[in-house]
Write a protein that binds this ligand. Structure first.
Ligand code: NAD
Ligand code: UFG
Length: 352
């Protein structure tokens, strides 16, 4: 199958691209590198020894999308491109609506014009908001509590209306829980710009001595040890869910939203202990006030993924933390260890 991967140079995109290529699909990456490095693509090429195309473009640039799609003629799109920081979405809501919602509408329009009717979309557990019951199943009410989550909620609605407009359109909306970890090679992984907001990259940077201590946002939640509990999912398992979704979409028509998690939760203290075990280092921490907008527990009901996609997570938190540490220790500055942002232009020429 020919698959266009928007945002394919990013954290989840690069891991998924690798598996798409390993499944012998052809791929075109469409990315503006606003939050990624072409070095990730060079490493995917090194790991797979398979060639793929790369277009440097913004999904809101309909002409660029049309040009790429007319020449590549994708049979399916995996759509990762977009902004993903909850905090930033509170201060820059219009940028989030533009990149995420407008970007997706432009993509769907280009798909209509070029006869591509299949999309796998990156949504998030954040669409659910405060839990009315746990685990979250896909019918749980959607009441996101921040602009980022609302962009995902609105995109889901746009995609579902789009699919309903023509029998040949198909969408699989994957609602990721908390993606962590890295490829076992330690060659590709998460490259957060600046100080990480998310727990695991923060803890690995503390273990590496780059940050002094973790601040735990509250230990008075109704969980096993009082700290927040999340359903962490290994990025390798998540990538495999996309391959399964592409396969499913080739056999089905309609629109389905599917949770991607493990169905099990881990608390902040449990994650600290796993990174300490993986790294052999102590992770100093202090307890501070709850972070605004955080919830106590988020855990996926994963039965639908198993039923429809025949997919189930294989890795537990020990493996997630081991691979996260392996990536961090091999690449202390992420992709900038070998090539700073000033070299993006030359690297881009090399991978394009
Ligand atoms: P990422 O920032 O690493 O990857 C996003 C990629 O899209 C980057 O390569 C970036 O350069 C590119 N991009 C951004 N805006 C673009 C635009 N307008 N045009 C073209 N390319 C653009 O993020 P990620 O963690 O890999 O997340 C991928 C997707 O999964 C996002 O849509 C995100 O909202 C969603 N998601 C992520 C998480 C998570 O915790 N990482 C959780 C749930 C959902
Ligand atoms: N936490 C800390 N200290 C930190 C960072 C996080 O104690 O420095 C705690 C949080 O309070 C929470 C847990 O660690 O209890 C996980 O926090 P993350 O920021 O890693 O993840 P969230 O569950 O808050 O959100 C993430 C993404 C969202 C996405 C959501 C569901 O940031 O974009 O998972 O997929 F929508």
């Amino acid at each position: 199958m020919r698959v266009l991967v928007t945002g394919g140079a990013g954290y989840i995109g690069s891991h998924t691209l690798l598996q798409i290529l390993q499944e012998r699909h052809e791929a075109l990456v469409f990315d503006n590198f606003s939050n990624s490095s072409p070095e990730a693509l060079r490493r995917v090429r090194r790991l797979t020894n398979v060639d793929f195309q790369v277009t440097n473009g913004d999904v809101r640039d309909e002409d660029a999308l049309l040009r790429a799609m007319r020449s590549f003629r994708p049979e399916a799109i995996v759509h990762f491109a977009g902004l993903k920081s909850v905090g930033e979405s509170n201060s820059q809501p219009l940028e989030y609506y533009s990149q995420n919602v407008v970007g997706t509408i432009k993509l769907l329009r280009a798909m209509e014009q070029t006869g591509c009717g299949t999309i796998v979309f990156s949504s998030s557990a954040t669409v659910y908001g405060e839990a009315r019951y746990l685990p979250y199943d896909e019918s749980h009410p959607s009441q996101p509590t921040n602009p980022y989550g609302r962009t995902k909620h609105f995109i889901e609605k746009v995609i579902s209306d789009w699919v309903a407009s023509r029998p040949e359109f198909t969408a699989v909306v994957l609602r990721y829980f908390n993606p962590v970890g890295a490829h076992p090679s330690g060659l590709i992984g998460e490259h957060p710009s600046g100080t990480p907001n998310n727990l695991v990259p923060y803890i690995t940077q503390v273990a590496a001595g780059r940050l002094a201590r973790l601040r735990i946002y509250g230990n008075d939640y109704p969980t096993r040890d009082g700290t927040g509990e999340r359903d962490y999912i290994h990025v390798e398992d998540l990538a495999r869910a996309h391959v399964a979704a592409l396969d499913y979409a080739s056999r089905f028509s309609g629109c389905e939203a599917i949770n991607v998690g493990t169905g099990r939760g881990a608390t902040v203290l449990e994650m600290i202990r796993e990174i300490e075990a993986a790294s052999g280092r102590k992770v100093p921490y202090e307890i501070v006030a709850r972070r605004e907008g955080d919830i106590a527990t988020s855990i996926a009901d994963v039965r639908k993924a198993e039923r429809l996609l025949g997919w189930k997570a294989q890795y537990g938190i020990a493996e997630m933390c081991r691979s996260a540490w392996h990536w961090q220790s091999r690449n202390p500055n992420g992709y900038d260890s070998s090539h700073g942002p000033e070299n993006h232009g030359a690297l881009l020429e090399e991978v394009s």
